[in-house]
Design a protein around this ligand. Structure first.
Ligand code: SF4
Ligand code: SF4
Ligand code: SF4
Length: 327
């Protein structure tokens, strides 16, 4: 693993470069356990960077946020590079974006960080309520050390880790210009918790399950906005002419939204879990995404975001591909 001082020192070096516009990392949020994405614009800003089990956003999402266009007359776009802190899942998202030509490798600087998993704030707060003034967490080998109101407590990592992190097989960056610290030993085997359980349930039971879940969706689109793979400039959900999905918040339109998003993520979801973590309704989106991941891996031996030289899943064809399910 890597200590914070090493990260801050390296970040200062990177933002001092003439060809770098800024570095995107994380800093402490304004309440309790919250940590937010943070743009380091100058070397002194790097002092606020943090790296802990509370860093639960996927920073690759920031790479595709469009800058305000068109620029005022006579103003030139800033063509300097964007630097990014990347763990396994952030780097997989960047790799997927590279293969889709969503970002240009020459335009990004990737600073790799080994990872021991991030917490699911719901699990954490249920057992260890946060405090506005002091609520922090750090990794200590296979444990997490909490610091709440000045009181330190060691807890087993598995107790509070996000479900996606519990089964993460890529905790180290798969692509980086430089990786800081020692790599961690991956801890998980291929598995999709919760997916098998639903697969084994009857059709009616599955239908009831998703009906109850989708009815609770408030269509805030936080899941879409937090997802590094949802970056279309012209999203089908925002279109008015034609209108594919109406704004009405009901089971039918909500289901259409979730099915559309799921189809757009086939062979692209990098299993970071960011969408599920931001959902205010607590909808188990990971069960949908992990089902897609499982199908693509089992049927086509394809894993998104693992091969920088690879071809996007939906743009590749192999004569040996399974087709027995096509009617
Ligand atoms: S999915 Fe893997 S790399 Fe990403 S935060 Fe979890 S353990 Fe770390
Ligand atoms: S974040 Fe949750 S509530 Fe919001 S649109 Fe997504 S699934 Fe629905
Ligand atoms: S769908 Fe969810 S788990 Fe998959 S890449 Fe997007 S945010 Fe990550």
């Amino acid at each position: 693993m890597v200590d914070l001082e090493t990260i801050r020192k390296k970040a200062k070096e990177i933002v001092s470069r003439e060809d770098v516009k800024h570095l995107i990392g994380w800093r402490k949020g304004t309440f309790g356990y919250r940590v937010t994405p943070y743009w380091v614009e100058a070397p002194e800003d790097a002092e606020e960077l943090v790296y802990s089990p509370l860093c639960n956003t996927n920073l690759a999402t920031s790479l595709t946020l469009a800058e305000k266009l068109p620029l005022p007359k006579g103003q030139e776009p800033d063509r300097r590079k964007t630097a990014l802190l990347v763990r396994g899942c952030d780097s997989r998202a960047v790799v997927q974006l590279l293969t889709e030509r969503g970002v240009d490798r020459e335009q990004v600087v990737l600073l790799g960080l080994p990872c021991r998993g991030v917490v699911d704030l719901r699990k954490l707060k249920d057992s260890y309520p946060e405090d506005n003034e002091v609520a922090d967490a750090e990794w200590k080998e296979d444990k997490i050390v909490l610091n709440v109101s000045g009181e330190k407590k060691e807890i087993p990592r598995e107790e509070v880790l996000d479900d996606h992190c519990l089964v993460c097989r890529y905790p180290n960056p798969v692509e980086a210009d430089e990786t800081l610290g020692e790599k961690v030993e991956p801890w998980a085997e291929e598995s999709h918790p919760g997916v098998e359980e639903l697969e084994n349930a009857s059709f009616d039971k599955r239908w009831d399950f998703w009906e109850k879940e989708f009815e609770r969706c408030i269509r805030c689109y936080a899941c879409r906005n937090a997802c590094p793979m949802c970056y279309c400039e012209d999203c089908i959900l925002d279109r008015l002419n034609p209108t594919w999905i109406y704004r009405s918040n009901n089971y039918s339109e909500n289901t259409a939204f979730h099915i559309a998003r799921a189809f757009h993520l086939v062979g692209r979801c990098v299993s970071c879990g960011a969408c599920e973590r931001v959902c205010p309704a607590g909808i188990p989106l990971g069960k949908i995404n992990q089902k897609l991941v499982k199908e693509v891996r089992e049927k086509y031996e394809f894993e998104p975001g693992t091969d920088p030289e690879g071809v996007p899943f939906q743009a590749s064809y192999n004569p040996q591909d399974q087709e027995d399910f096509i009617l």
